[in-house]
Design a protein around this ligand. Structure first.
Ligand code: SAH
Ligand code: SF4
Length: 343
C-alpha cells in the first residue's frame, strides 16, 4: 500500500500516470489531501472507479487526537496523537504575537538518551513517516481552525536520526500546493549528529538550525549527552559554521541551564570563548523538571550572569519563555507513556 500523503506532487503525478489517470487527477487528489480528508470517499470530484482504485492501492495517513490539554496560564495546547499502528507522539501548539507555532515530533521516542530529557528516558520505538510528521500539523490546524505559520522540529525524537523522512516532510510542507509554510518559518533542532548537519548544509535549505549544546566542553557534555562521545564539540561547532557558510542562516544554540552542572560564570566564559567567532544566538532554557533526573533549574541570578558574560563576548543570549508548564508541554517533558491528569 502506498502512503499517498508522503508523495510529492511530481511523484503523485507519476503515480496517477502509471494507473492511466489524466495528469490533473494528481492535483485534485493533492487538493483533497491538503484539506485533511481522511477517506477517499470524501474526494467528491473524483469518479467512483478512481476512488475505488485509490482505496485498493493506497492509504491516507492521519494523526488522531487521543488527548488534548489546554494550559490555564497561556494558550498553549498539547496534543497526544495516535497513528494507524497505535503508536503515539505529542505535539504542542504555542500562540505568539506573530501567529501560531507548532512543535512536532519526528520519532516515537528517541535513541539519543540525553539524561535530562523525558523522551530520551522512554526509549525508542520507530521513525515517523513524512506523512505522519505532516499529519500532526494538519490535525492541530483543523482542530483549532486557525492557520499554523511556524513549525519547530523540537518535539519527540532526533530529526537528523530520521533524515530522509524529515527531508521529505520539509519538501511537502513548504510546497505551495501543500501547507505552503516558508522554509524560514521552520526550525530543526538537533542534538548534534555532525555528518548529518553537513549533509543538511549541502541541501542549502533556508530552514533554521538549532543545536542542543547544553555544555561548554566535551567533559561536561558527555555527562548528559551520549552523542558528545561520538562527535566532539570542536567538530560540532565546525559543522555549525559550515551550515552558516552554506545557507547564510544564523545558528541557534540551545543551552539548558542546570544548577551546579553547567551554569557557573566560568562555564559562561568558556562558552563565550568557543562561540565567539560564530554567527549565532544562544537560547538559555532553565532546565525543566523531569521526574527521576534530580536536575534543578538555575536561578535568575545565574541566568542574568550568563547573559552578561556572553554579551561581553559579543554573543546575544535570551532566556526562553516557558509555556504550558502546567500541562508538561515544555522542552524535554514530552514522553510516550502518558499519564495525563486533569485537562
Ligand atoms: N532531539 C532534538 C530535538 C528534540 S528535543 C534535540 O535534542 O535538539 C528539543 C529541545 O529540548 C532540545 O534542545 C533539548 O535539548 C531540550 N530539552 C530536553 N530536555 C530538556 C529539559 N528537561 N529541559 C529543558 N530543555 C530540554
Ligand atoms: Fe533525544 Fe533530543 Fe531528548 Fe536528547 S534531548 S534524548 S536528542 S529528544
Amino acid at each position: 500500500m502506498t502512503d499517498i500523503k508522503s508523495l510529492t506532487l511530481p511523484e503523485l503525478e507519476a503515480f496517477a500516470a502509471e494507473r492511466g489517470m489524466p495528469k490533473y487527477r494528481a492535483k485534485q487528489i493533492a487538493e483533497w489531501l491538503k484539506k485533511g480528508v481522511q477517506d477517499f470517499d470524501e474526494m467528491s470530484n473524483l469518479p467512483a472507479n478512481v476512488r475505488e482504485q485509490l482505496k485498493t492501492s493506497c492509504y491516507i495517513s492521519v494523526a488522531n487526537i487521543e488527548k488534548k490539554l489546554v494550559s490555564r496560564y497561556d494558550k498553549t495546547v498539547k496534543y497526544l496523537f495516535s497513528f494507524a499502528d497505535g503508536e503515539c507522539v505529542e505535539s504542542v501548539v504555542m500562540s505568539y504575537r506573530h501567529g501560531l507555532s507548532i512543535c512536532i515530533s519526528t520519532q516515537v521516542g528517541c535513541k539519543m538518551g540525553c539524561t535530562f530529557c523525558a523522551t530520551g528516558k522512554s526509549g525508542f520505538s520507530r521513525n515517523l513517516t513524512a506523512s505522519e510528521i505532516l499529519a500532526q500539523i494538519e490535525a492541530a490546524q483543523r482542530d483549532l481552525n486557525e492557520r499554523i505559520s511556524n513549525v519547530v522540529l523540537m518535539g519527540m525524537g532526533e530529526p537528523l536520526d530520521n533524515f530522509d523522512n524529515v527531508m521529505r516532510f520539509i519538501s511537502l510542507v513548504t510546497d505551495e500546493n501543500g501547507l505552503n509554510i516558508g522554509a524560514r518559518h521552520i526550525t530543526l533542532s538537533t542534538c548534534g549528529i555532525v555528518p548529518k548537519i553537513n549533509e543538511l548544509a549541502e541541501r542549502r535549505l533556508q530552514i533554521n538550525l538549532a543545536v542542543s549544546l547544553h555544555a561548554t566542553n566535551d567533559e561536561i557534555r558527555s555527562k548528559t549527552m551520549p552523542i558528545a562521545k561520538a562527535y566532539p564539540m570542536d567538530t560540532l561547532l565546525a559543522a555549525c559554521k559550515n551550515y552558516f557558510d552554506k545557507t547564510g542562516r544564523r545558528v541557534t544554540f540551545e543551552y539548558a541551564m542546570i544548577s551546579g552542572v553547567n551554569d557557573s560564570d566560568e562555564n559562561a566564559r568558556e562558552l563565550g570563548q568557543r562561540l565567539r567567532r560564530l554567527n549565532c544566538h544562544v537560547n538559555l532554557i532553565p532546565v525543566n523538571t523531569v521526574e527521576g533526573t534530580g536536575y534543578k533549574k538555575s536561578n535568575l541570578e545565574r541566568q542574568q550572569s550568563f547573559i552578561n558574560i556572553l554579551a561581553g563576548c559579543g554573543i546575544t543570549a535570551t532566556v526562553r519563555r516557558t509555556l504550558g508548564s502546567d500541562i508538561n508541554a515544555s522542552c524535554g517533558q514530552l514522553r510516550r507513556n502518558h499519564q495525563y491528569q486533569g485537562g
